[in-house]
Ligand binder design. Structure first.
Ligand SMILES: Cc1cc2nc3c(=O)[nH]c(=O)nc-3n(C[C@H](O)[C@H](O)[C@H](O)COP(=O)(O)OP(=O)(O)OC[C@H]3O[C@@H](n4cnc5c(N)ncnc54)[C@H](O)[C@@H]3O)c2cc1C
Length: 457
């Protein structure tokens, strides 16, 4: 008997752990370990948990058709996983366990413990790199060091890809029976918009196909405009592994023709890879240590719960910031441009510690992804690898002018502003007053303070 341990890799296709288990002799049982205490500690969003759970139900149905029952274990924390898995191995006389690696520190420590425990009990444990296209540690500088800056990393990554086999693995075929029955999967998390985010591998593949056919070719022109459906919105599927990065890359190759590897969308996939490679090369980041402590040492974050709360509620008085926060609350997702605008607003203009924003995003995003979220927040606060320079402070009004020129996004999420003349909508005082608010800061003053703080030291 062999076990496949599913985590954030909820798919049959292009799943190296599942594939390798199924090509070896003997029946296969799938397993998940629910870790509610760990999820709370990691600020996993209730909407993401519910989405993950629904995808798991779909996966369990798909696995059933292959004669692979899904067993559901529960352990409060990652540290308790080894014990639960050991028990299951004994119950089923399983001699092998397969999984796909995850890269944050706690996940890696969990896996080491499981390996040590099960190997000590005579179970062979095999890990695979199913979440990345090129495994961590495989994209290095000429000196053999990990890259700290994105552009050289992306060049090396692209060069290396040309020599790599990145073809996708097929879904496995039907397996021999196990005599074990599938467990019930309990409800988890909190309701999310199922029309917007249909769970499961089939829905993910459909979305990728539609995006590849209609959106990919114009992505470079449309991706910065939040009122347009100009990005793939595949992040929730990638974060939970209902889709693999390799499947995305293959779709780009098929639909973009000769220059596919240089395309802007592939660059975004490489950012995802970059942040994961960084986590492994510099694991202290996982403990919320800034990548550039020398920059953070200059900054004294403001202890202003009132400002932080206004930002969280989308009541700063700055229309584009508040509209973005409403999008987050109502859909569990926020457009990339606005993640940058809202994160810059919190850290630079309100002077609030990026860690608070990082946790808040994580606890609300349906696509919450530790590496990308951490990378995005450190970038925004100018303390990350290859971060925004300290003087890059997004001006909300200017961002709205450039990327929401007709206020379509703002009026969609803040309909109370729709009747205001366009000029007034851009004026924080007037726009805020129309919503019964006052702008929480004066932009010019806050910008000057931020520049002075980052320059000092
Ligand atoms: C402050 C901040 C927080 C963020 N938090 C997350 C997060 O928790 N989860 C998450 O998946 N992304 C996060 N991002 C990155 C990015 O905003 C989202 O990946 C993107 O908006 C998802 O939309 P999409 O699927 O339509 O992306 P597309 O534009 O269609 O891109 C395709 C895929 O590439 C990856 N990608 C795109 N941009 C980035 C990026 N800048 N960094 C890393 N990967 C990227 C994602 O997996 C995305 O699904 C964050 C960015 C910032 C600035």
């Amino acid at each position: 008997m062999k076990l496949v341990w599913f985590r954030n890799d909820l798919r049959l296709s292009d799943n190296p752990a599942l594939h390798n288990a199924c090509v070896a002799d003997g029946p296969v049982v799938a397993v998940v370990v629910l870790t509610p205490q760990q999820w709370r500690d990691h600020c996993e969003a209730p909407v993401k948990l519910a989405f993950w759970r629904d995808a798991l139900v779909k996966l369990a149905d798909d696995l059933d058709r292959l004669n692979i029952p899904l067993r559901v274990l529960e352990a409060p924390c990652f540290d308790d996983c080894a014990e639960e898995l050991s028990r299951l191995c004994q119950e089923l006389s399983a001699k092998r366990l397969y999984f796909n690696y995850e890269y944050p520190v706690n996940e890696r420590r969990r896996d080491i413990r499981v390996k040590q425990r099960l190997r000590g009990e005579g179970v062979i444990v095999d890990g695979f790199h199913g979440d990345l296209i090129l495994p961590p540690g495989s994209v290095l500088s000429a000196k053999g060091d990990p890259f700290r800056v994105f552009t050289p990393f992306s060049r090396a990554w692209r060069r290396q890809l040309l020599c790599a086999d990145f073809s996708c693995l097929p879904a496995p075929g039907r397996q021999s029976g196990t005599g074990t029955v599938r467990d019930i999967i309990p409800s988890l998390g909190q309701a999310y918009d199922q029309d917007l985010w249909a769970a499961g591998e089939t829905a993910a593949a459909g979305r990728l196909q539609r995006f590849a056919a209609a959106g990919l070719g114009v992505y470079g022109d449309e991706r910065d405009f939040p009122a347009i459906d100009g990005t793939s919105r595949l992040s929730p599927y990638l974060a939970t592994g209902q889709l693999s990065a390799r499947q995305c890359l293959s779709a780009a190759q098929l639909s973009l023709g000769a220059d596919w590897l240089e395309s802007t969308w592939v660059t975004e996939l490489i950012w995802r890879e970059f942040y994961r490679h960084l986590l492994v090369a510099f694991p202290e980041q996982c403990r919320y240590q800034p990548f550039r402590p020398e920059v953070e040492a200059k900054i004294r974050w403001h202890d202003r719960p009132d400002l932080f709360d206004a930002w969280c509620r989308g009541e700063t008085g700055f229309a584009i910031v508040d509209a973005a926060m409403r999008q987050l609350h109502e859909t569990g997702w926020m457009h990339n441009r606005l993640r940058m605008v809202t994160a810059s607003f919190l850290t630079k203009l309100l002077g609030v510690d990026w860690r608070l924003g990082c946790d808040f995003f994580m606890s609300h995003l349906i696509d919450g992804d530790f590496a990308s979220n951490l990378g995005g927040w450190q970038w925004s606060a100018s303390v990350g690898a290859d971060a925004a320079p300290y003087f890059r402070i997004f001006n909300p009004a200017r961002q709205a002018e450039r990327f929401d020129p007709h206020d379509d996004f703002v009026c969609h999420w803040l309909p109370e502003l729709a009747s205001l003349p366009a000029k007034e909508r851009r004026d924080p005082k007037r726009a805020a007053a129309a919503r019964g608010l006052q702008p929480v800061i004066d932009y010019g003053e806050a910008r000057r303070e931020a520049l002075a703080a980052y320059k000092a030291g």
